[in-house]
Design a protein around this ligand. Structure first.
Ligand SMILES: *[C@@H]1O[C@H](CO)[C@@H](O)[C@H](O)[C@H]1NC(C)=O
Ligand SMILES: *[C@@H]1O[C@H](CO)[C@@H](O)[C@H](O)[C@H]1NC(C)=O
Length: 415
């Protein structure tokens, strides 16, 4: 009995030491796993650090990189007061907005691309979709099948801000919408707002592209023709075969571009923002405000006619979303997307008389266009020395899968 007891006790002692050791091992294992998981998370795109190569070393040394401090709810963004001061003087005729190469990209996981019609949007969206796989973000294309507003109500703007905020994933979103002031609509606890980007095109080229798109895009053409046929038989076909030249010189409604009329197609409203007055053609205030937005709010306003420079600037002013854009654009895999949505119908070039007429009708548009070209040139001059250091992209990955059905549902529901 005694013997058995002792043995029993001894065994118990040994097994409890064993248990303790096992427990310690277990705790150690859990700790190691946790550290591993955290390090995985850190090395994933979520908390992306620039790779330590030549490029980042050079990038660190340029002044705008150092100025970028994290804005918080309490401390306003850098340059906030100066910006507000210029904004308050916008109506004075003496206020002139000067284009600079300043980097306006906020510290953010999100990018909003407010597309302007017929300015090369498909090309930039295709780039965002393919680069998302390399840079670990998701591009959400707006569902253009549903009808949508370009001028949004306050509630719709709030919904858009909330959509960005509702998870902390890096994401980009494109939509034909006037500029949205996310600073005004973000939640009070949220310090981030999306960076904004868009593309511009020579105003006559954009106008001409719209004119032809209305006729070559089958659904639009059919709808337009049917509406005209209903009013007077034969007018639909006449409209379809009408050339831009005649339309301009004979002052058809379609090409009249009368001042004081609301316009949802030109560039000024899209850059000027969510304001009725932004929509009025020939409104100098809208031009002034659009220039202000370009200089103080947009990371990059690209110019289609300066495509190579646009890519270089996009890449360096928005590296989190467009690093490698130049290389991807010119890669073989991307060839198909390079000329997406070009008008297939060749059109006769306009006479110099028609060009003169359009140039004067689109005068303010040209002022904005020149302003944006100037800003892009300054930005390009700043990044040009960095170009040969651009890090090559790895080979093409599978495109990131689209956001969940729930995400899409949210968008369709709200817009
Ligand atoms: C954007 O909204 C903020 C906050 O309401 C405001 O202070 C700022 O002036 C607005 N910016 C513009 C350009 O209207
Ligand atoms: C743009 O870059 C591509 C590729 O480097 C080059 O082939 C092309 O000539 C450039 N275009 C212009 C207008 O400089």
């Amino acid at each position: 009995m005694q013997f058995i007891g002792t043995k029993y006790h001894r065994n118990l002692g040994a097994s409890s030491v064993c248990d303790l050791l096992r427990l310690l091992l277990y705790v150690l294992l859990v700790l190691v796993l946790k550290v591993f998981a955290v390090s995985l998370l850190l090395s994933s795109g979520l908390f992306r650090q620039q790779p330590a190569d030549d490029t980042s070393a050079i990038l660190e040394n340029i002044p705008w990189k150092q100025q970028q401090t994290t804005p918080s709810i309490r401390t306003p963004e850098p340059g906030w007061h100066q910006k507000q001061e210029v904004l308050s003087r916008l109506e004075e005729t003496s206020t002139s907005i000067v284009a600079t190469a300043s980097n306006r990209t906020p510290d953010t996981l999100w990018l909003f691309y407010n597309r302007i019609p017929r300015t090369g949007g498909h090309t930039l969206v295709a780039l965002l979709q393919t680069l998302g796989a390399d840079l670990d973000y998701q591009h959400q294309e707006h569902a253009y099948r549903t009808s949508w507003q370009r001028l949004l109500s306050a509630e719709e703007q709030k919904n858009l801000a909330t959509w960005f905020e509702y998870n902390l994933w890096p994401k980009t979103y494109d939509r034909l919408a006037l500029f949205v002031n996310f600073t005004a609509y973000r939640s009070s606890y949220e310090r981030q707002r999306p960076a904004t980007v868009t593309l511009l095109r020579d105003p006559i080229a954009q106008f001409s592209s719209q004119f032809h798109h209305r006729r070559t895009h089958t659904d639009t053409a059919k709808k337009n023709m049917a509406a005209r046929e209903k009013q007077s038989p034969g007018s639909g076909r006449r409209w379809y075969w009408r050339g831009l030249e005649a339309c301009v010189l004979e002052e058809d409604d379609e090409c009249l571009l009368a001042n004081g009329q609301p316009d949802f197609q030109r560039s000024i409203p899209f850059l000027c923002g969510q304001h009725q007055r932004c929509l009025l053609r020939g409104e100098r205030w809208a031009l002034q405000r659009a220039k202000f937005m370009v200089e103080y709010e947009y990371s990059v306003v690209g110019v289609l006619e300066e495509w190579n420079n646009t890519l270089a600037v996009l890449e360096h002013y928005l590296p989190a979303f467009l690093q490698g854009a130049t290389q991807r654009y010119w890669s073989i895999e991307h060839a198909e997307d390079r000329h997406k949505e070009k008008n297939p119908r060749k059109s006769k070039p306009l006479s110099s008389r028609a060009i003169r007429v359009l140039k004067s009708k689109l005068g303010l548009e040209y002022e904005l266009y020149e302003f944006c070209k100037q800003r892009l040139a300054l930005q390009y001059a700043k990044v040009a020395p960095l170009l040969q250091h651009t890090t090559p992209l790895p080979p093409l990955k599978e495109p990131k899968k689209q956001l969940s059905a729930w995400d899409r549902f949210q968008i369709e529901l709200n817009y």
